[in-house]
Design a protein around this ligand. Structure first.
Ligand code: HEC
Length: 106
C-alpha cells in the first residue's frame, strides 16, 4: 500500500514537472533570443532614439508578447524594420522574450 502511494506520487509528480518545463517561460532562453534585438532596443531594453526604437525594459510580459505577436502578424501593427527579426520566432520564443524583457530593469 505504502509503496503504491509512493509510486503514485512519482508517476504524477513527473507529469507536473514535465508540464511545468514545457509550458513555463524561459527567461534564460529569452536572453539568448534578445541578442538580436539589442542593436535597436539596447542591451538593457532602454530603447534607441536614433532607431526610433522604444524603451521596452520592465514592460508587462503580456503586453510585450502581444506586441511581438502583432508585429509578426503584420496586420494591426506594421513594423517593417522588425519583421526580419521576429518572422522566425515561435510562440514559445516570443513568450521567453517577453519573460526576459519584462524583467529588465534599469
Ligand atoms: C531594426 C531595429 C529593431 C530591431 C532589431 C528590433 N526592434 Fe522592436 N521595435 C523597433 C521599432 C522602430 C519599434 C517601434 C515601431 C512602432 O512605432 O510601431 C519597435 C517596437 C517594439 C515593441 C513594441 C513596444 C511598445 O511599447 O509598443 C516591442 C515589444 C519590440 N519592439 C520588441 C522587439 C524584440 C523582442 C526584438 C528582437 C526579436 C526587436 N524588437 C527587434 C525596432 C527594432
Amino acid at each position: 500500500m505504502k509503496s503504491s502511494l509512493v509510486a503514485f506520487f512519482l508517476f504524477f509528480g513527473s507529469f507536473i514537472s514535465l508540464s511545468a518545463s514545457v509550458y513555463a517561460q524561459d527567461a534564460a532562453k529569452g536572453a539568448e533570443l534578445y541578442k538580436q534585438c539589442i542593436q535597436c532596443h539596447g542591451e538593457k531594453g532602454d530603447g534607441n532614439p536614433a532607431q526610433k526604437a522604444p524603451r521596452i525594459a520592465g514592460q508587462h510580459d503580456w503586453y510585450v508578447l502581444k506586441q511581438i505577436q502583432d508585429i509578426k502578424a503584420g496586420v494591426i501593427r506594421k513594423n517593417p524594420v522588425m519583421i526580419p527579426f521576429v518572422s522566425k520566432l515561435s510562440e514559445q520564443d516570443m513568450k521567453d522574450l517577453a519573460a526576459y524583457i519584462s524583467k529588465l530593469n534599469n
